[in-house]
Write a protein that binds this ligand. Sequence first.
Ligand code: SAM
Length: 277
Amino acid sequence: MGLVLVPTPLGNLRDVTLRALDVLRDCDLVVAEDTRVARRLLAALGLPKKTLWSYREQNAAAVTAGILERARGGTVALVSDAGTPGISDPGRDLVLAARAAGVAVEALPGPSAFVSAAVLSGFELHGFSFEGFVPRAKGERERALRAALERATASVWYETPSRIVQTLEVLASLAPERPVFVARELTKLYEQQLAGTPAGVLAQLDRPVRGELVIVVSGAAPAPLQPSQVETDREIDHALAAGASVPQIARDLARRGFGARAELYRRASQRRATREL
Ligand code: SAM
């Protein structure tokens, strides 16, 4: 009973879960963004025909009450064309409406393209950002990509074949060395995983670009930890006390990551002069 969000395969039918099959077989109504896609999916999975209702942004206001009514007395399965409902797909408003109406809501775990792409990227994911689709408008897209490049951890986007080239070109101009990862046609026969710099990935991408795509941009590497001035001075004083010369100290501390040799030379000379006073 209630509303059940049912993830569906991204391309490989065998990724449907046993629970998804149970719900789709036993439910009273299937609600889908595109009922033709849902009908084909049920048939491909060998499931019985179901009553199918369309639920899209455009008709959501008109059909929500009816869907909740059906979910009160039975089980309504919400599916999207592929992956998890509510992830760059309709679902969120229905979840909120169901909860507000006291109708039970359940979300089955299952496939979602951004999760597979994120883990395949190999980038640091702690605190990563899922951004939905890369904005279409040039200015907005550049702002979004700049913001991603500032983040410490990875950013994940859905992208279309018609715009992926421009997106990679913008990344190549803003951050030529930043590692990126593009997953194309995940779980399908021609799945591709492309990793490298933005220009490197562009070069690997077959043209015209076809299929479904996710792009992951690695976070900015953390700035190397700089020893504080106090630590540097302590090292200099210690070396001076041990009888080391200023050039020796500058060379040694620069090698150990305490900064630029010229600056260390200047600082060590200053410290020695102070000691001699
Ligand atoms: N709800 C879906 C999910 O959980 O992944 C996403 C729906 S969104 C409307 C569709 C976008 O997901 C596509 O344009 C593409 O960026 C991405 N996508 C879906 N299937 C994919 C696949 N097999 N490989 C790569 N990306 C995919």
